[in-house]
Design a protein. Structure first.
Length: 132
């Protein structure tokens, strides 16, 4: 994940994606824990970004949780109008090809005042995956 004031470059699931910070609609932290025979084998941390241009998310992975936390908070500063935090209803909108409704809600929010960065933090999506 590389950010400057004008662009965000993320190595996502489908390769490199370049997006403008003002086009980020929604972001949340993501943690995936792999288990093998019930024992923790490892965890992957990252930030998931949705842009108004594409309904495909960009999952920018980090090796350590503190790196993902730092990236998440820096992205909140860079994209102050984006929806922040994991929300199951938004996931349903994004996955059920109702992405237009999500972008419409985001466009309506653009006229709202910018929230304080401490108000923007929401719970992290955490999942576990069994290896065998």
């Amino acid at each position: 994940l590389v950010c400057n004031g004008d662009y965000i470059l993320a190595n996502g699931n489908d390769g490199l994606r370049l997006m403008r910070p003002e086009d980020v609609v929604w972001m949340y932290r993501h943690t995936l824990t792999q288990r093998v025979y019930g024992f923790k084998a490892g965890s992957t941390h990252g930030v998931v970004l949705y842009s108004q241009d594409s309904h495909k998310p960009v999952n920018a992975s980090c090796k350590k949780q503190d790196e993902a936390d730092r990236a998440f908070f820096e992205l909140q500063k860079l994209c102050p109008k984006a929806f922040v935090g994991y929300d199951k209803d938004m996931i349903k909108q994004a996955k059920k090809k109702n992405y237009h409704a999500l972008v419409t809600a985001w466009n309506a929010q653009q006229t709202a005042p910018v929230p304080n960065s401490s108000e923007g933090y929401s719970p992290v999506e955490t999942r576990e995956q069994d290896g065998i």
